[in-house]
Design a protein around this ligand. Sequence first.
Ligand SMILES: N[C@H](CCC[C@H](N)C(=O)O)C(=O)O
Length: 285
Amino acid sequence: MKSDFYKYHALGNDYIVIDPNKTRINYLSEENIRLICHRNFGVGSDGILYGPLFQDNSISLKIFNPDGSEAEKSGNGIRIFSRYLADAGYITGSKFRLATLGGEVDVALMDSKGGQIQVDMGTVTFQSDQIPVAGPVREVIKEELTILNRRLTITCLSIGNPHCVVLCDDISREQAIELGALLEINAIFPNRINVQFLKILDRNNIQIEIWERGAGYTLASGSSSCAAASAAFKMGLVDKEINVHMPGGIIRIELQATGRVLMTGPVTSVAKGVFCEELWAQLTK
Ligand SMILES: N[C@H](CCC[C@H](N)C(=O)O)C(=O)O
């Protein structure tokens, strides 16, 4: 039976793949994205990966958050989509390039089952006008920002999508939810922002709690792992090989001398399915 969607997760950060070459959906409105991703009224996920789209001789994908917004990049999303391309027979080799809104990435399948996947996520920038962060053009390193009468130390960067890393002695899910939601929409972030609360464990291990732009609290995030590791290195707190510990599991980051960020982590396939007529009627009304 033809499937309308394929569901995978990466350390509990789950995505639905919708392939326009294989399903009746050739356009996704913000309203339809919100419905499909809704955990009660829809299939439920932390986002949608739409593709493969073929332009010239490149393969691209669109990355959508569950609030309907489009993201420039998603580390877990890129690993999941790469696994789907292998599962669906679109690629036969183990190395290929993907185009995202936030730039091209190089992918390497580390095993024959597509369990462990490495992505060269590109370089990061701390420049305020590239993230963006409002105010004078500068690198946003260990700046003070007060939220709910709490003085936070933030370091901001972009790896294609924007991130605000908050250096903490201790972190918690509750803190990520309470403060992340306010930081995401703070006026100094014109495009909103992804937020990580960072605890340094040692020079090769960090722990983060995550509040994602357009998705809220998630159990893991690939681009957040890249961002938190890069911010910790920029602050001189870690070496170049960092294990990022999250509630959903561990992603391995390697900061290369070239400035490129290598991210390696797992992908798990969950399900494939069809949208039933009653949901379909809502998607096409
Ligand atoms: N919410 C993010 C996109 C998904 C990031 C995350 N799921 C990852 O694995 O990188 C944004 O709006 O930039």
